[in-house]
Design a protein around this ligand. Structure first.
Ligand code: AVJ
Ligand code: FE
Length: 328
């Protein structure tokens, strides 16, 4: 991408951040609404800190806005920049980045990471807004399910991952993998379907919008639902193969809810951390489960078919739902 195209992507990410935060009061920006989420003003200054660190070479706020230095639950007690200070920090960093863009264009993956980092925090901040009962960006909920039935994906090789400059380290290197035949549902699981399972399992579950995809389910809930329905969750290789070879037959691949897979988060063979191990590598192992697709508030620039999201199996604050699969 040219410097001006990169500038446009940076501006797009900033507009999303600003439109999300603009309707909120200083009190809403500084309050910690959940131990799972940072105060919104921490996210804002952290976005600026990340951009300063990776695109300008060092950060004036080392430590305070380093995600690995402070657990989310503790961030409400930190001595943070105020909303007005955080906004001016972010715009000051951005102005200096724009001056350096002609040189930075040679390091497109770094700029791509910074743009996508801001967009991903936009989704994290939207989770916070939902938990806090604050105004959230449109559409505010996933679109209704209309599809039914499933699709057979024949056995055979396909290319998983991506070597695109915008792909994260955890998507690289693209490689051919073999996948046995399987079937995958065309539709996401609806609230009505999930309610029948919850009723049987004695789980508390209430939702008025029966045709909407179920949202805010944990991995554990999703796997239990799939087993109850006589199905299973897809592996992430199955999900990506279905998405890239039969994607037009699957409803709401992205733009509705993230879809849990049965896969743990790990590096593909040949993985190398870029630009730092704390982005992906420290989360590799059995603890984290992979989600694929994208939600109603995931920016299309992030919601690539190769993009890998991850969270702990008990987490429900994310916009997560279910698409089932089964053996062919
Ligand atoms: C990819 C959503 C799991 O929020 O921990 C934000 C994204 N990484 N800042 C996360 C991220 C660094 C990441 N997820
Ligand atoms: Fe971050």
């Amino acid at each position: 991408m040219s410097p001006s195209e990169l500038a446009a992507e940076l501006a797009h990410a900033r507009r999303r951040t600003e439109s999300l935060l603009e309707p909120l009061s200083d009190e809403q920006l500084t309050r910690q609404v959940s131990s799972l989420q940072s105060p919104l003003v921490w996210d804002l200054a952290h976005i600026a800190h990340f951009e300063e660190l990776w695109l300008l070479g060092s950060s004036r706020h080392d430590g305070l806005y380093d995600a690995s230095a402070h657990a989310r639950a503790e961030r409400g007690a930190l001595e943070m920049l105020s909303p007005v200070e955080a906004r001016s920090y972010a715009s000051d960093v951005r102005a200096r980045v724009l001056e350096r863009l002609p040189e930075l264009a040679a390091e497109e993956p770094l700029v791509a990471m910074v743009v996508q980092h801001e967009l991903q925090h936009g989704e994290t901040m939207t989770q916070t807004a939902v938990l806090g009962g604050y105004p959230v960006p449109a559409p505010g909920r996933p679109p209704d399910v209309t599809a039914s039935g499933d699709v057979l994906v024949e056995a055979g090789p396909f290319t998983i991952g991506s070597d695109d400059p915008w792909a994260y380290d955890n998507e690289r290197p693209a490689q051919v993998v073999d996948v046995a035949a399987f079937r995958i549902d065309r539709a996401l699981v609806t609230n009505a379907e999930y309610a029948a399972f919850a009723d049987d399992a004695g789980l508390p579950w209430q939702h008025s919008s029966t045709r909407a995809p179920v949202e805010h389910v944990s991995f554990t809930d999703a796997a239990a639902y799939a087993a109850w329905a006589g199905k299973r969750l897809p592996t992430e290789a199955e999900w990506e193969k279905a998405a890239t070879t039969a994607g037009n037959e699957l409803e709401h691949l992205r733009g509705a809810v993230w879809q849990w897979t049965s896969s743990s988060f790990g590096g593909y063979p040949g993985f190398t951390a870029y630009p730092y191990a704390e982005y992906s590598e420290v989360f590799f192992g059995d603890a984290y489960k992979v989600l694929r697709g994208g939600s109603w508030c995931t920016d299309p620039l992030v919601a690539r078919l190769t993009f890998r999201n991850w969270d702990l199996p008990e987490r429900r604050q994310i916009f997560s739902g279910i698409r089932c699969a089964r053996d062919a």
